[in-house]
Structures are given as C-alpha cells and as structure tokens.
Ligand binder design. Structure first.
Ligand SMILES: Cc1ncc(COP(=O)(O)O)c(C=O)c1O
Length: 396
C-alpha cells in the first residue's frame, strides 16, 4: 500500500496554515518586528556566554544547525541505509523533551473521543496520561511477558479489528523492562502495516534509552524506508541533559511537516539549543560514549552484587538501558509486592536512597527499578540494600 498522510492525520491538521514568525521574513537589520525588548535583559551575574545568546530575541523555530549535527551522527551509526534513504533535516522535529513529542503525535493524528491508540504494557506511564488529557481511548496489547518483546501478530490483529487505531506506542529499550525490542519483530510489524490496506496507523518507537544499547541499535535511520515509522529520542538519558528538555522526533517528511507546523514555534529556547549544539559535536559525543560505557560497566557490577543477595530473585528485565529491574523475594523466595514496597520506602525514608517500586506494572510483581549511578552511589546502594532487605524479610 502507498503511504497516504491524508488517511492518517486529523483533517483539521492537514489544512492548517502554520504560524509565520517575524524572523521567517527578515533576519537582519534593525529588528523591530517581533515586539521584543531591544534593550536586552537585566539579571545579576550575567556571563559573557549568556550575553552572546541574545536572550532578548525569540529563538530560531527551525534549529537547522542542531538538526544537521544530529542527523550527521545518527547517519554514521548505520551502514545499511542507501544514500537517498539517509536522514535529512526534513525528517526532524524538535520538542521540549520527548514528552512533548508523545503528546504532539496524539494531537496531530488522533481525533479526540473518536480515534484510538495502542500501548504495550508494561510501558512508560506518560502515554496513558497524554491519552487521558487528549481524550484518546487506549487499546492495550501486552508485551510477551517472558521476553518483554512485542508480539507483532497481536498488534496487527488489534489494528485490523479496529481501523480507528491511529498510533502504536512501543518503547525500545522498554521502561520499566530495560529490554531492547527485537529489530526483526519491529520490521515484521511495519511490513504487516505496510501490506494491509485497512490499517492506517503509525508505529511510534520511543528510543529514550537507545544509546545504552549497542551502537547501531537505533531504527531512526529507517524512517525514509518505512514511512509508518516514527522514532522518538531525547537528550535526557545518555546525554545526561534532562534539565535542558530536548526531544527529537524522526519521521518521514510528510509527517514531519505536520509536526513542525503544529508545534509552538519557539519551543526550543536559546539556552537549550546552545547546550544541545555543543553536546552533539564530535568531541562531546566521544565523552558521552565514555560515560555510557562507565554506566554499562557499573550496571554489570551492581547486578552481580545484588543477585548474590539472598532475597533478590532474578533480573526481570533486559540489559539495554541505564537501569535494572530486579525481583524482591519473600521468605518463601517468591516475588512479593509488599516486601518490595517496604524495601523501597525504607531505602528512601531511612537511607535516603531512592529507587522506584514497579511491582504494580504488568509482569513486574515484586520488582524495583534501580537506575545505575556513579560507582560511589552504587556502592552505597548495594551495601544498604543488603541490610534493609534482610531486616524486612526476616521481620515479615
Ligand atoms: C520511555 C521514555 N520515554 C520518554 C521519556 C521522557 O523523556 P524526556 O525527558 O525527553 O521528556 C522517558 C523518561 O523517563 C522515558 O522513560
């Protein structure tokens, strides 16, 4: 089937005349066209670098420099893409973290209180929150609870049964699973969608943690080959820049045009783009990779030490992310939500070590999600875990 954006997007969005910014018309001269304050800002201890950021001016809505750096390094990660299929600037839309992109896709592609979306539990909680806010019905198609992989035939069956489903949110590596979704299964799903005339849906692949998986794991370079694929990434995780709020959406140009014309024009601040541009330069990417490797090494150490503890069960999740999902056991050596929750609360309240209780997520009974910190933080975590866990289980 040929890809048809008119069957995917909300009709109002297709006909929308995008907002035209003052700077789209003229870029240089005495700029008195955007009601900015040309006297410049006044705040204490302004640095020279901050002065250079033109903070009194609206930011660039298009962010070409940042986008071009991003596509350059992503294109280099995979060699199986033809020259014409490589990522171009037109494939990108930037957002205030990927949370904004998750919401933007619903707003552009799902008619509220009529059309629907799929999530694959256990998964990231924001998809459901955005769905409620946007009045979108959720259809749940669980992951395989043994492998935490998607089941393409189940997703395709749900899509065939209900042509009102417009988006399928898949997280790879998953949260809270930490497991990268098998590429073959994702391609099987995309092929199923491409070959079926009755399905008009986009697969939204949320790759927030992808840089903790082996290099080349991202499918972002596939969006020109598979137009029903949309990939989300963020600088919040591997790039350690959660505070600047920068998310990236990769999509076929037809989808990308809509996302760019419906976003708030100035969503990426001058401060954010300045840091993001520096963080995606060659030298910074090398340093980022070094830190990722340290986290991966520490992940192995933490896991090995925790798995030796008597009341820790198995590593329930995968090893493709910067966290682990471990089972907490009771005296009978069974995963136990009550004990896991007590361990979580005691670690937080008495030891000031905060992990996340995930026991209520599908297939995650008794599970705590532990982010991997620095070597020092991890050493404290392991030591306190042992004390707290033994005391709680023995007392129960
Ligand atoms: C799977 C997943 N997607 C998206 C996000 C949000 O990322 P951002 O900080 O870019 O909004 C998170 C944050 O925890 C996440 O786990």
């Amino acid at each position: 089937m040929t890809f048809d954006i008119t069957k995917l997007a909300r009709p109002q969005i297709l006909t929308l005349e995008p907002y035209r910014c003052a700077r789209d018309d003229f870029k240089e001269g005495i700029l008195l066209d955007a009601n900015e304050n040309t006297h410049g800002p006044s705040f204490i201890e302004m640095t020279e670098a901050e002065k250079d950021l033109d903070l009194n001016r609206y930011p660039d809505p298009h962010q070409q420099e940042l986008k071009s750096q991003i596509i350059n390094f992503r294109n280099k990660e995979r060699t199986d893409i033809s020259e014409t299929e490589k990522l171009k600037i037109a494939n990108l839309c930037l957002g205030v973290g990927s949370d904004e992109s998750i919401d933007a896709l619903m707003r552009d592609f799902i008619v509220p209180s009529k059309e629907k979306m799929i999530i694959c539990p256990p998964t990231y909680g924001m998809y459901s929150i955005c769905a409620v806010v946007n009045d979108v019905e959720i259809v749940k198609v669980p992951l395989d609870l043994e492998t935490f992989d998607i089941i393409p035939k189940d997703i395709l069956a749900a899509l065939k049964k209900d042509p009102l489903i417009k988006l399928v949110y898949i997280t790879s590596p998953g949260n809270p699973t930490g497991k990268k979704i098998d590429e073959g299964l994702l391609l099987e799903l995309l092929k199923g969608i491409e070959e079926n005339d009755s399905i008009n849906a986009l697969v939204v692949l949320d790759e927030a943690y992808i840089d903790f998986a082996p290099t080349g794991s991202s499918l972002c370079t596939y969006v020109n080959k598979h137009p029903n694929l949309v990939v989300l990434q963020t600088l919040s995780k591997a790039f350690a820049l959660a505070g600047i709020r920068l998310g990236i959406t990769y999509a076929t140009p037809e989808v990308s045009i809509l996302l760019n014309s419906t976003k708030y024009p100035y969503n990426i601040s001058n401060l954010t783009s300045d840091v993001a541009i520096r963080a995606t330069k060659e030298a910074s990417l090398i340093e980022t990779k070094n830190k990722i490797n340290k986290i991966i090494e520490q992940r192995g150490i933490v896991l090995e030490k925790l798995l030796k503890l008597k009341y820790i069960g198995k590593n329930r999740g995968g090893l493709d992310s910067n966290f682990i999902l471990i089972e907490i056991l009771n005296k009978d050596l069974k995963p136990d939500n009550e004990i896991a929750n007590k361990v979580y609360l005691t670690l937080a309240n008495e030891k000031k070590i905060i992990v996340r209780f995930r026991g209520k997520e599908l297939g995650c009974t008794g599970c705590l999600r532990v982010s991997i910190g620095t070597a020092e933080e991890n050493a404290v975590l392991v030591e306190q875990f042992d004390n707290v866990l033994n005391k709680i289980v023995e007392a129960n």
